[in-house]
Design a protein around this ligand. Sequence first.
Ligand SMILES: [Zn+2]
Length: 262
Amino acid sequence: MKTGSKRSGVPEHSGHDYEKLLARWKSLTQRIGWKCSILSEESALPVLVIQNEAAAEARGGGHYLSAGVHGDECAPVWGLLEWAEAHLANMKSSPVVIFPCLNPYGLIKNTRRDGQGIDLNRSFQDSRIPLVAKWQEFLSGRSFDVAVNLHEDYDTAGIYLYELARSAPTGDFHLSACEEIIPRETADVVDGSDFENGLLRRDTSEEEMQRIVEEELDGWPEAIYLYLNHVRDSFTFETPSERGLEKRIATHRRFLEAVLGA
Ligand SMILES: [Zn+2]
């Protein structure tokens, strides 16, 4: 990814400043009284998990939100933070769990993989990885209505969405909410899969999902692991990382607003 935001104005911060990201999350969670814990330490960097009281009581339902699994995709972590700074204080009744940045080493180094060279987004089944073991332990016994995983793609020019859902389709509506900031990807094939108007919706059987993971992906992405174990519906949203940083951040924020209704 190239952090190209020169055309739309120099951003106020580096997209890869993890200390600043942590400081803003800590300040926000202190202000609104949400629980902010260290899930694990990876490459001597804390990986945070944030939740409201409803989630800490593990009532089930609500939302799971995550960003920063791939460190060379920096807009999602800031989009998630900006959305949270604007809306989190109002989200008390329904459980919300947030992983603000699952790969801080990658974010700082602007690289897809973690400090051990692992692509975490093909490894969420692998409990030999300490971070994954802690993540699985945290999620044990929990279930959510909706998961949102935020990513970027340097090969595309528009936004696109993977919708894995047991509920009625809503992905097209969510994309519509974002396309005035960055238009939809027009390619019919994205990253080897068939898309229509920026959307790939799958409501296939669990056996079929398992086959896709084993035969096509060579490992478990966060979204598919969640879909088969912890969530009813899963959205993986992607922005084109060659576009200006500020627009990409705004698009991730808008996507979250569309999905969560705020
Ligand atoms: Zn990614």
